[in-house]
Structures are given as structure tokens and as C-alpha cells.
Design a protein around this ligand. Structure first.
Ligand SMILES: *Cc1c(COP(=O)(O)O)cnc(C)c1O
Length: 380
């Protein structure tokens, strides 16, 4: 399906799509799909593939197709592709679209791993990389021909909110494609393509797979154009495909995704509200708080919650607060059932832009009162 408006009109609710993710296995009537592990596929006597398109395991896999079609329905996308990790998906977009001499606009203070890779890759390949501070008008950097704009909303670890529709208009005016890292929202909270994005990226390692046991990336496209074919070729030819079991686990995760997103968003809002009233905390960064500078855009662009991610700036020693946590697990990543606390300043090293007082919280599925009790004793 290449017409996103048709996809949108005909779409049942995300809860229903997700609950049936993967569908029934036609061969066995099993209510969950099988994993195909074969790396190669047989040909007939005439040497034609016995199943059209089934040739080799690096090209595709039936379990990928099941996962990707559910993701396409949830996103309102023409197509999606799964990748070996989030970063494999990021790399496929950049390698597929950008050539030496091209201009890239990338939002400042985004997911550190992507920012570091993008910077290094652009330097190596002669891409003109321009940073955009989301507190300044996008027009100030989109004033000349540009190939790609990369934004993340809400962005790691400050949870700044980007007005996707406004950036899309500015990007398209200078001939750029807009790619949105929607890892924090998942399509349950924001379907970025409907706001004008051309590509949406998710680290499915996070909330989409949702159980801290899978590394996976997903890229979704508004149209199946030449850019999309280039990204698809990157996956196949450079071998950035995931394993069948990982995709199967992510498909299982999708079945409960809307439920988990709503629950963790509600808990995060309750926790953020509690923290904002605590004098031991200097500032709470969460788009769901009316005091957040991006709240109005978040309220119109995020449906059903503000996500599971927030950060706090502590008045005292942030690392000591993290050390005292008993329930929050001290670990990187996000989107799992267990709440995580992370001191980005320590993790990112000397080039970090994270304040030393910042603690990033990924809210899981625990009872909110237990999470509050843990932070209450840790802040002491
Ligand atoms: C984790 C993450 C990535 C990278 O994904 P991996 O699955 O770890 O490769 C990219 N963007 C955001 C916002 C992330 O949280």
C-alpha cells in the first residue's frame, strides 16, 4: 500500500492490530506464527524458486514480513523494514540516502549513540553536518538545499519536543527528507508519518520488543520510493538483517505494546508530578508536565500519554542518588518491564553534553508507589 491516507482511513485501533500481531499460522492453525530458521530455499526442476521470492535468508524471512506488516499498520506506513539493531537501521538510512557533498541537518542533544555515529560517519564520508538546536527556529538551518533532516522527539536525555509538522514543512521546502527517531513514543503515542515525516525510525530494542531481551531496529516509510529501495538494498547487501527469533520476540512484544505504553506513561506522569513537588529535585524534565516548554506541542502530537522516559536534575550528588536505589536498576537502555536509572554523564564520557546532576529514568511496570518509595529513600 503506497497511499498513507488510505492506510489511515482503513486502520482498526492500534490495540486491536497489536493484540493480533502476527496472526494465525495458516499451515498449523497455531495462534502464534512460527519462526523460519532456514538460510536458503529450494528451487524446482525448472530452477525457479518453489516459493516466489524465497531464495536466501539475507534477503527476507516470513517472520520479518509478519512483524513488518504489523508495524506498517501501526505507523500508517507504506512499508517497514526490521534491522539487526536500532543502529543498523540508522546506518542503513544514512548510507542509503547520503552521498559525499550532501548536506544533513541533525538535531542537537539526541540519543548519544546515534549522534556520535552520525558525526563520525559524516566526517569520514564528506557529508556537511549542521546541528539544529530545537530551541531555535528550524528555518535558521533549513535555508538551503539539504538532503536529510534527523530529529528525535521527545529527545534523549532532556526530552525536548520537536514539532514534527513544522520541521517537515521546512525540510520539504529545501528538498530534504525528514527522518524522525520515534523510539520514545512508538507508533502508539505518535505516528510521525501523519505529521509529514518521510521516514520513522525506532530502536525496537526498547518499548516495541519491550522485555530487555532483543536488539532490533525498525524503519518505516511514507512512500516506497527510490530512497526506500536504497535502504532496502542496504539491509540486504550489507547484511543488516535481524535473526528470526529476535523478530519473533518483538512480534510477541507488539501484542501488549499499547497496554504497556499506556501503563508506563501513566506511571511516569505520576512519578514526574511527585518529583516536581520535591524540593530535593532541582528540575524534572518530562513533556507531560505543564511546566515543560514542549508541553503544548507534546499534547497535540502525542496521543494517550507522554511516554515512559523522564530525567531529573538533582540538587545533591546524582551518582549517590543512583547508588542508593534498590528497585530502579542501574543500567542503560529503556522500554523494559523493569525501571532503570542512569547517570548519562558517567556513561557518555568526556564529550558528554549531559549535566552531571542529571539522572535518566526509564519507567517500567512496577507499582507507582513502590517506585516513589524507592526514589524517596534514594534522594534522602
Ligand atoms: C537505543 C536507541 C537507539 C539505538 O538502538 P539500538 O537498538 O541500541 O541499536 C537509537 N535511538 C534511540 C532514541 C535509542 O533509545
Amino acid at each position: 500500500m503506497t497511499d498513507q491516507t488510505t492506510a489511515r482511513r482503513n486502520r482498526p485501533s492500534a490495540d486491536t492490530i497489536a493484540a493480533h500481531a502476527g496472526g494465525i499460522d495458516a499451515a498449523t492453525a497455531g495462534v502464534v506464527p512460527p519462526i523460519t530458521l532456514a538460510t536458503t530455499y529450494a528451487r524446482g526442476e525448472d530452477y525457479a524458486p518453489l516459493v516466489p521470492g524465497a531464495i536466501y535468508g539475507r534477503d527476507d524471512n516470513p517472520i520479518f514480513q509478519r512483524f513488518e506488516s504489523v508495524m506498517a499498520s501501526l505507523e500508517g506506513a507504506a512499508a517497514t523494514l526490521s534491522f539487526a539493531s536500532g543502529m543498523a537501521g540508522v546506518a542503513a538510512i544514512f548510507r542509503g540516502l547520503l552521498r559525499p557533498g550532501d548536506r544533513l541537518v541533525v538535531q542537537r542533544a539526541i540519543y548519544w549513540g546515534a549522534a556520535a555515529w552520525i558525526e563520525e560517519w559524516c566526517r569520514t564520508w564528506g557529508i556537511e553536518r549542521v546541528e539544529w538546536d530545537p530551541e531555535t527556529p528550524i528555518g535558521s538551518v533549513l535555508d538551503r538545499p539539504t538532503r536529510l533532516v534527523w530529529v528525535e522527539t521527545p529527545s534523549n536525555p532532556l526530552w525536548q519536543v520537536v514539532d514534527i509538522a513544522a520541521v517537515a514543512v521546512a525540510a520539504h521546502a529545501v528538498g530534504a527528507r525528514l527522518a524522525v527517531d520515534g523510539t520514545t513514543t512508538t507508533p502508539i503515542l505518535t505516528r510521525a508519518l501523519e505529521y509529514g515525516a518521510d521516514l520513522v525510525f525506532h530502536s525496537a530494542t526498547k518499548a516495541i520488543a519491550g522485555h530487555s531481551d532483543v536488539l532490533l531496529g525498525v524503519v518505516a516509510t511514507r512512500v516506497e520510493d527510490a530512497d526506500w529501495q536504497a535502504i532496502r538494498a542496504e539491509r540486504k547487501q550489507a547484511g543488516a538483517i535481524p535473526g528470526g527469533f529476535e523478530v519473533w520476540l518483538a512480534l510477541r512484544g507488539l501484542r501488549t505494546l499499547p497496554l504497556r505504553i499506556r501503563h508506563t506513561s501513566a506511571t511516569a506522569l505520576a512519578l514526574a508530578t511527585w518529583l516536581a513537588a520535591d524540593p530535593r529535585v532541582e528540575r524534572v524534565l518530562y513533556p507531560g508536565l505543564t511546566s515543560h516548554p514542549g508541553h503544548a506541542i507534546a499534547a497535540s502530537q502525542m496521543q494517550g500519554g507522554y511516554g515512559a522516559m523522564l530525567s531529573i536534575l538533582t540538587r545533591g550528588d546524582a551518582l549517590a542518588v543512583a547508588s542508593r536505589c534498590r528497585l530502579f536498576v542501574r543500567a542503560t537502555s529503556l522500554g523494559g518491564p523493569e525501571s532503570l536509572i542512569e547517570h548519562r554523564y558517567t556513561v557518555e564520557g568526556v564529550h558528554t553534553r549531559s549535566p552531571a546532576s542529571l539522572l535518566r529514568l526509564s519507567i517500567g511496570l512496577e507499582a507507582v508507589e513502590d517506585l516513589i518509595a524507592d526514589l524517596d529513600q534514594a534522594l534522602a
